[in-house]
Structures are given as structure tokens and as C-alpha cells.
Design a binder for this molecule. Structure first.
Ligand SMILES: NC(=O)c1ccc[n+]([C@@H]2O[C@H](COP(=O)([O-])OP(=O)(O)OC[C@H]3O[C@@H](n4cnc5c(N)ncnc54)[C@H](OP(=O)(O)O)[C@@H]3O)[C@@H](O)[C@H]2O)c1
Length: 166
């Protein structure tokens, strides 16, 4: 902890020794990812960062895509914070597609080319969260959902990921 480059080099060693299949980052902003790329031999496969309908990380997405690094969303359901799954646009699109707001928001992220990692301890929710590959949001629905981006973190952590800091 506290020395990203040395830590990444140690992780690279595990990759070179065949102990892991892929290595990546979490909560790294663009300059931090770039520092790793510029000073290492194995490019990170993924950067897992807070990403959901209210904070879509569009700038980071562009940067990661350009660098062929997978953008993985944590807290894709906004940690089910009060009101998150009651956003009227999510409900409205869900009614049209016969899907729940959770399914709409996960599907949106996937159609944006973002890998999602929702968490649940509820079997019904798990089934629901997987059942998102039999429908597609159209251009108009995608635009409506894109408009919900408030660049707003759920808990303002980590500060380095706030867009004004990169
Ligand atoms: N890298 C990082 O710094 C970082 C930070 C935070 C989280 N994460 C990771 O990201 C993953 C997900 O993040 P998260 O748990 O913070 O947030 P999340 O997946 O956005 O939200 C989880 C919450 O959503 C509820 N939920 C799940 N499916 C639902 C559905 N279909 N309908 C209604 N509610 C639903 C869950 O409750 P039920 O259990 O009742 O379904 C739980 O309260 C986890 O694997 C976590 O380890 C990483």
C-alpha cells in the first residue's frame, strides 16, 4: 500500500510466474493508469471504478477504451441507495421493455461497453440481474439514460476519481 508502481510490479511477477491469468487496477484515474502503463511491461487488463447511471464516467470510459483496458463498473446499482432504483426514467423505460429498473440500468451500462459487477445476497435479484440479454435499449432510450449522468459519486470516495481531479 502507498507505492502503486512497486505493488504493480509485484503483481506483474505473479502474472509472469503463471499464478494469475490477468492483472488490473481499481480506483485508478487516467493519469494514475497512464503512470502504470508508462512504467510497466504488462498493461492492466481492467480498471474497476465506481460507475452507474448517475456517474457514468464518460471521460474515463473514453480513456480506457482508447487504451484497450476494460472499464468495469462497481456499484452499478448505486448500492441500492434510497431512490436510486426509483428514478422515473428507469421505471418508464422498464415498463416499456417489461424489465425492472435494475435490469434497465445494468443493460444500459453493458450497451455502453462497460462490464458490470452487481452484488446481491438474494437469489431472485441474482436471476433478475443475469436476465438482461434478451432485450436491447433503442437509441432514444439510450439517450434518455445518458442524460441522467450527474457525475455524482455515491460516497465521494476515492477523491482521486472525481472528474475535477483528472
Ligand atoms: N473497487 C472498489 O473500491 C469497490 C467499492 C465498492 C464495491 N465494490 C464491488 O462492487 C460490487 C458491487 O458493488 P456494491 O455492492 O457496492 O453495489 P451494487 O451492486 O450497486 O448494489 C448492491 C445492492 O443492490 C441490491 N440489489 C442487487 N440486485 C438488485 C435488484 N435486482 N433489485 C434491487 N436491489 C438489488 C443488493 O441488495 P440484495 O442483496 O438484497 O439484493 C445490495 O444492497 C461488489 O462486488 C463490491 O465488492 C468495489
Amino acid at each position: 500500500m502507498g507505492d502503486d508502481l512497486e505493488t504493480y510490479r509485484a503483481i506483474e511477477d505473479t502474472y509472469k510466474e503463471g499464478k494469475v491469468r490477468a492483472i488490473g487496477l481499481s480506483n485508478f484515474n487516467a493519469p494514475q493508469v497512464q503512470e502504470i502503463i508508462d512504467n510497466s511491461s504488462i498493461k492492466p487488463a481492467v480498471d474497476q471504478i465506481e460507475t452507474h447511471i448517475l456517474w457514468q464516467q464518460q471521460r474515463m470510459h473514453e480513456y480506457l477504451t482508447e487504451n484497450n483496458i476494460v472499464h468495469e463498473s462497481y456499484a452499478p446499482l448505486g448500492e441500492a441507495n434510497p431512490g436510486f432504483l426509483d428514478i422515473p426514467v428507469l421505471k418508464e423505460v422498464g415498463r416499456k421493455c417489461q424489465k425492472t429498473p435494475a435490469q434497465v440500468t445494468l443493460r444500459y451500462l453493458i450497451q455502453c461497453g462497460i462490464v458490470v459487477i452487481p452484488k446481491t445476497t438474494n437469489t431472485k435479484h441474482m436471476e433478475e440481474n443475469i436476465d438482461i440479454f434478451d432485450f436491447e435499449l433503442n437509441v432514444e432510450e439510450m439517450a434518455k439514460l445518458r442524460d441522467l449522468d450527474a457525475k455524482k459519486s455515491i460516497d465521494d470516495w476515492p477523491a482521486g476519481m472525481q472528474e475535477q481531479n483528472y
